[in-house]
Design a binder for this molecule. Sequence first.
Ligand code: GRA
Length: 385
Amino acid sequence: MRFELTEEQKIVQEQARRFAENDILPTLEEEERDYVFNRERLRKMGELGFFGCAIPEEYGGNGMGFVESVLMTEQIAKVSPSWRVPFNMQNIGPAITVNRFGTEDQKRAFIPAWVSGEKVGFFAITEPNAGSDVAGMRTTAKDMGDHWELNGQKMWISNAPVADVGLVYAYTDKEKKYKGMTCFIVDVANNPNIATRAIESKLGLHCSPTGEILFDGAKIPKDAVLGQVGEGFKICMWMLNNTRLSCAAGALGVSGACVDLAVKYANERTQFGKPISTYQMIQAQIAEMAAEHEAAKWLVYHAAYLKDQGKPNQLQTSIAKYYASEAAVRAANEAMKIFGSYGFSTEYPIERFYRDVKSYQIVEGTSNVQKMIIAGITCGRQPNR
Ligand code: GRA
């Protein structure tokens, strides 16, 4: 058993930390205020190799692994939870899924452009009436002989308003229930029958664009199918098991940020003649935040380690996602209390973390969905995959 990062992993972690502090933080507040998605920054992150951790070199990645990916994700989210999302969309989501299920032609055509940040990726599962219940989706893809025709509406899709190409899940045979779902690689930027609409009224994550995608008889080439027809649900579950880990790493970054900010403030802020960190009630808050952050850290790193070892990690991923998200929400809540009125002020980053952190209890499967998966595997009803 080893609980230490390698020298290379420490370098990668430090590189991500420096990038977040020097390249994202200085303009973050304005970008958050104005819902700005900085595409140049996305390209720069691609050039620096940030999106290639889980991708082999032949497709533009660096093949380092999931541990490196979560280390970088954590450091980015520690500064900006909004900028955690591109890690999921460029590196983990569509790219590794095409790498796992795609043909050689599909891998060459799509993966390098996602990893370099040239094409903005996305994956579209959720619909207005199908969030937790993936199999309840209504979007359909009809076989028209020489092409597929997509009809339906996707909702709450990360990157939708700025998307180029990504994965769309749709029913090719509704009768077969989840066995009739198929995954397609779809170029949404160049299709006259695909429209996107931005959602710019969100509690947080303002620099991470979210929106709807509408398919109105959109023609999709025959070779856009990823994997086999009818394999979509399985591909989707496989993909989510990986993207959830990215989300868990983001939550870990936020709880770390809240611990650091609260400790610094509690040591500096004086009340009744002493720093507030000398009072036991503040100490109890900080102790709980620090303990939960530490526990979340090892859950996230361990789930990533198992993935790199090629071992089943669905149970460990869902536990990490559930625990890290809930711990991060509690950390932001406690940090806000420690900061008092200054926490309530938009001049300090606490209120931004407090807003952004709520997303972790929702995206990539709600905390309740994670509990369903954890209980399903723990009670022996599902294998750990
Ligand atoms: O036993 P069987 O032959 O009937 O097969 C079942 C099961 O064994 C069947 O599918 C099989 N299966 C799998 N097969 C391969 C289940 N999991 C896997 C797997 N991993 N690999 C049906 O399974 P089921 O459990 O009966 O399905 P269900 O009850 O319909 O749904 C399960 C579940 C609730 C877990 C699923 O629907 C789910 O994961 N829901 C949550 C959806 C979610 O996470 N959405 C996230 C949206 S994307 C997003 O948030 C992007 C945010 C971007 C960002 O910020 O990162």
